[in-house]
Design a binder for this molecule. Structure first.
Ligand code: FE
Ligand code: FE
Length: 206
């Protein structure tokens, strides 16, 4: 990035931070910063666009603090389809709404950033590197402390991001099952895809 460009990037970032501070509660704002910086670190590690990862991290939960009822009505207003499982668990909609807001309210023209926001909760098979980075950063950022195996997954994320994605999906499925919470089919599909992928990568050895 050249100096002129970097100036614009910084301007855009500080304007965005100001807006997000108003839209998010304190805890969510801290989490957002954690995801942005962790995302940027992973981007350095895997040599993809650092600013894009930072921006996607900043915006990934931009719709999180909207009350659930409002999330549903906003989806209707914006013409976003709501699945039956999302209707039961409207908190899931923050990803869909967040991606929509990123492009329509925050002026993000980059499709890759919007899709990283869209899939940050469930993942999906065949994710782009940026999508994997945001999915993983959301799980491992420094403010997280509740998930099982966090230490191991944090290390793994920088060594083998596909293995980290699989492990995160696996642990999420186990957790949701234990808590008897609804499992989004996409989370399972993501797990199955990365499970197969990693198996084949290791030459079929477990
Ligand atoms: Fe989220
Ligand atoms: Fe998040």
């Amino acid at each position: 990035i050249c100096i002129m460009n970097m100036k614009n990037v910084k301007k855009q970032q500080s304007a965005l931070l100001k807006k997000l501070k108003r839209k998010l509660d304190k805890e969510r704002f801290m989490h957002t910063l954690g995801v942005a910086y962790t995302g940027a670190s992973l981007a350095m590690n895997y040599r993809v666009d650092i600013q894009k990862a930072f921006l996607a991290g900043l915006l990934h939960d931009c719709a999180k603090c909207i009350p659930n009822k409002k999330k549903l009505s906003l989806c209707r207003e914006c013409g976003l389809a709501v699945t039956a499982s999302e209707d039961k668990n409207p908190f899931m909609l923050h990803a869909k709404l967040g991606a929509h807001f990123a492009s329509h309210k925050y002026g993000i023209k980059d499709k890759e950033i919007c899709s990283a926001i869209l899939f940050h909760t469930t993942g999906r098979p065949r994710m782009s590197m940026l999508e994997k980075i945001i999915f993983v950063a959301d799980y491992i950022e420094p403010g997280r402390d509740k998930a099982q195996n966090l230490e191991e997954i944090r290390t793994l994320s920088f060594w083998d991001i596909d293995a980290a994605v699989e492990k995160i999906c696996y642990d999420t499925l186990v957790y949701l099952k234990k808590k008897k919470k609804e499992i989004d089919t996409m989370t399972r599909e993501t797990y199955e895809y990365y499970h197969e992928l990693n198996k084949n990568k290791n030459g079929g050895k477990p």
